[in-house]
Design a protein around this ligand. Structure first.
Ligand SMILES: [Fe+2]
Length: 196
């Protein structure tokens, strides 16, 4: 899979269109989560590509919230990003933003995990450790069922995402906790560098 862009160029591109530290943090987190999934699911050779789709998936959200997933192709094409990567980015808005369906397993993972990382992040913040390090699936499940908790994270999208992958919801929750745990320190380091 060809991204058409290097990791360094992609990081610059994300910064070009995003000023909010939370948006940078979210991009880096989804990148780390996607890299973990690529490895976990046997796509080792495409780890960088999976990561870049994660890093760039919300590229247009800060400046063009009304055109989210619609503006992204233009911004990405201009930067030389491949059509394959653009399809991945756009398809994460399937059903609520666009009618481009996630097809590749990488796209289905992005669709399912994107929204869920928001929920896990919010749940981690509530813990004494402020971390996913000691987070159990059972406690995340309680947060998932509590509709008032992180109400902006759509449970419907997360459920639909698990279904598209053919996974039980618990499997998606468990794997995504592991994925976030695995990249937490690296994302923290990169945010420190970003803030410096
Ligand atoms: Fe996102």
């Amino acid at each position: 899979m060809d991204a058409g862009i290097s990791r360094a160029e992609a990081a610059e591109l994300l910064k070009k269109y995003n000023r909010e530290p939370f948006h940078i943090l979210h991009g880096l987190t989804v990148e780390g989560v996607m890299r973990w999934y690529a490895k976990e699911l046997g796509y080792d050779g495409d780890q960088e590509f999976w990561g870049l789709v994660g890093l760039l998936h919300d590229i247009d959200f800060e400046l063009y919230p009304e055109e989210h997933c619609l503006k992204a192709p233009e911004l990405l094409r201009e930067a030389g990003v491949s059509e394959e990567l653009i399809h991945g980015v756009v398809s994460h808005g399937y059903g609520h933003r666009v009618e481009v369906r996630p097809e590749h397993e990488m796209e289905k993972v992005l669709y399912a995990a994107d929204e869920l990382t928001g929920l896990i992040w919010a749940a981690a913040k509530m813990r004494p450790s402020k971390s996913t390090r000691d987070m159990e699936v059972s406690s995340l499940k309680k947060k998932f069922k509590d509709k008032k908790f992180a109400a902006g994270c759509s449970r419907d999208i997360i459920r639909a995402g698990a279904e598209q992958l053919g996974w039980e919801l618990d499997t998606l929750l468990e794997r995504t906790i592991l994925a976030m745990r695995a990249c937490e320190d690296e994302v923290g380091r990169q945010m420190e560098a970003y803030n410096a």
